[in-house]
Design a protein around this ligand. Structure first.
Ligand SMILES: [Ca+2]
Ligand SMILES: [Ca+2]
Ligand SMILES: [Ca+2]
Length: 237
C-alpha cells in the first residue's frame, strides 16, 4: 500500500510538472515562422523569390506582377516583420511595379505531410511619390480552385518624401488564421496593390515579409491520457 501511495505521489508531481511545462510552451510558442524575406538573397525575379528562411519540405516563393527588382540601397530598419520581432537586414528590399492592380503572391506548396494552419502574414512597406499604396489580401487555393473572402486591407502612409530609403517602414500584420492548406496542396496569399495616381519613376517598396503558422496545442487526448493513468492507479488502490 505504501508503495502505491508513493507511486501516486510521483504521478501527481509528474502531472503538475507536465502541466506547468505545457502552460509555458503554449504561452510563448503558439505561432511559428513558416517563411521570411528580409535579406532577399535570391534575386531571381523570373523564377520567383525564394524565402531567406523556410521550413523544410514547404516551398515558399514570392512572385507577381508587382515584382520589379531587388534593390540594395533600400530597406526597413525597424527590426520587425510587420510588428513581429526578428528582421535583421537593414538593406535589400523588394521594389514593386507601379500600375494599379499590381499583384504580389506569397506562394506555398505544402509537402510537409501535415495540414498547415496559417496565423499571420506580416510585411513592412513604404511608397514613393505617386506609386501604389493601398492593398487587399485574399488566399487562392490552387489545388481546390477556391478563393477566400477578403482577409485584410490597408494603406501604406509613409512615403520616401518623409522618410529615407532606409528607414522605419509602416508595419502590417494580416490575420490569416481562417486559412488552412492540406498536405500536398498549393496556394498563395494574393496582395493586390492600388492607389497610385499616375506619373513615372516611382515605385513602392516592401521588406520584412513573414508568414507564420499556428503550432497545435498539446492534444487534449495526451492530457486525458495522464489523467486516465492517475485514475487507473487510484482504482488499484
Ligand atoms: Ca531587408
Ligand atoms: Ca516592421
Ligand atoms: Ca515600422
Amino acid at each position: 500500500m505504501m508503495k502505491i501511495e508513493q507511486t501516486m505521489k510521483s504521478i501527481r508531481s509528474l502531472t503538475a510538472l507536465t502541466l506547468t511545462g505545457v502552460a509555458m510552451v503554449s504561452a510563448s510558442a503558439n505561432a511559428a515562422t513558416l517563411a521570411s524575406w528580409d535579406a532577399w538573397a535570391d534575386s531571381d525575379t523570373a523564377g520567383g523569390l525564394a524565402s531567406d528562411f523556410s521550413t523544410a519540405s514547404i516551398t515558399t516563393t514570392i512572385t507577381g506582377t508587382a515584382v520589379r527588382d531587388i534593390v540594395t540601397n533600400r530597406g526597413s530598419n525597424d527590426g520587425t516583420f510587420g510588428t513581429l520581432a526578428g528582421a535583421v537586414s537593414d538593406t535589400n528590399a523588394l521594389r514593386m511595379n507601379k500600375p494599379d492592380g499590381s499583384i504580389l503572391q506569397v506562394n506555398v506548396a505544402n509537402n510537409s505531410g501535415a495540414t498547415l494552419s496559417f496565423d499571420q502574414l506580416h510585411f513592412d512597406g513604404v511608397f514613393t511619390g505617386d506609386s501604389i499604396r493601398d492593398f487587399e489580401v485574399v488566399f487562392v487555393n490552387t489545388s481546390t480552385a477556391t478563393t477566400s473572402g477578403l482577409l485584410g486591407s490597408g494603406s501604406i502612409t509613409s512615403d520616401t518624401n518623409t522618410v529615407t530609403f532606409v528607414a522605419d517602414y509602416d508595419d502590417f500584420d494580416i490575420d490569416v488564421s481562417s486559412i488552412t492548406l492540406d498536405s500536398g496542396d498549393e496556394g498563395y496569399f494574393q496582395i493586390t496593390f492600388d492607389g497610385g495616381t499616375g506619373g513615372i519613376n516611382s515605385a513602392s517598396t516592401i521588406d520584412n515579409v513573414a508568414l507564420t503558422t499556428v503550432v497545435p496545442e498539446p492534444s487534449s487526448a495526451a492530457l486525458l491520457g495522464l489523467g486516465g493513468l492517475a485514475l487507473i492507479m487510484r482504482r488499484r488502490q
